[in-house]
Write a protein that binds this ligand. Structure first.
Ligand code: FES
Length: 157
C-alpha cells in the first residue's frame, strides 16, 4: 500500500461514499495525480469498485490520472482569457504536444491542464509553465515557449 494514500485514508476512518471526492482531492494533493494503485486503495477503503471511482473522478476536470510532466502547462480558459483568444492558444498547445487537457505526453516532458482563472486577468491570455506566467500569449508565441522547454530538456539530456 502506498504510504501517502494510507496516510490520507487514516484521516477518514469509516468513511462512506460521500467522502469520495474530498479523499480523492487529498490524495491528488499529496501525490500530484491519482494513480491506479491509489484508486484501488481508496475503493477498498470505501467499498467501491475502481471502475465506479474512475467514473466519478473523470466527471470532474480537477483530477489527473497520470503524473504531471516535467513541464506542467496550464492554459487559462477564464472569461478574460477567453475574450482574448485563449481557445486558439489551447488548440495550439494541444496540437503541438499531441495531448488533450488532463494528459501527459508519452515522454513525460509535458502535461496539459485547463484552468478556470489564474488570477492574472490583466495579463490575458495567460499560460503558466511550472507556475511561471506568460502574459498576452498567442498560438505562435505559446509554441515558442514550448520549444524553449524542449530546448532546456535537450540541454539537460
Ligand atoms: S481569466 Fe485568465 S487569468 Fe483570469
Amino acid at each position: 500500500m502506498s504510504t501517502s494514500t494510507e496516510a490520507v485514508l487514516k484521516r477518514h476512518p469509516g468513511a462512506k461514499r460521500d467522502s469520495l471526492i474530498p479523499i480523492l482531492q487529498e490524495v491528488q494533493g499529496v501525490q500530484g495525480h491519482l494513480s491506479r494503485e491509489a484508486i484501488i486503495e481508496v475503493g477498498r477503503h470505501l467499498g467501491l469498485p475502481a471502475s465506479k471511482i474512475y467514473g466519478v473522478a473523470t466527471f470532474y476536470n480537477q483530477f489527473r490520472f497520470r503524473a504531471p510532466g516535467r513541464f506542467h502547462v496550464q492554459v487559462c480558459r477564464g472569461t478574460a482569457c477567453h475574450v482574448k483568444g485563449s481557445a486558439r492558444v489551447l488548440d495550439a498547445v494541444a496540437q503541438s504536444l499531441g495531448v488533450k487537457p488532463g494528459e501527459t505526453t508519452r515522454d513525460g516532458l509535458f502535461s496539459l491542464e485547463v484552468v478556470a482563472c489564474l488570477g492574472a486577468c490583466g495579463l490575458a491570455p495567460v499560460v503558466a509553465v511550472n507556475g511561471e506566467f506568460h502574459a498576452g500569449v498567442n498560438p505562435d508565441s505559446v509554441k515558442a515557449i514550448l520549444e524553449t522547454c524542449r530546448g532546456k530538456a535537450a540541454g539537460d539530456a
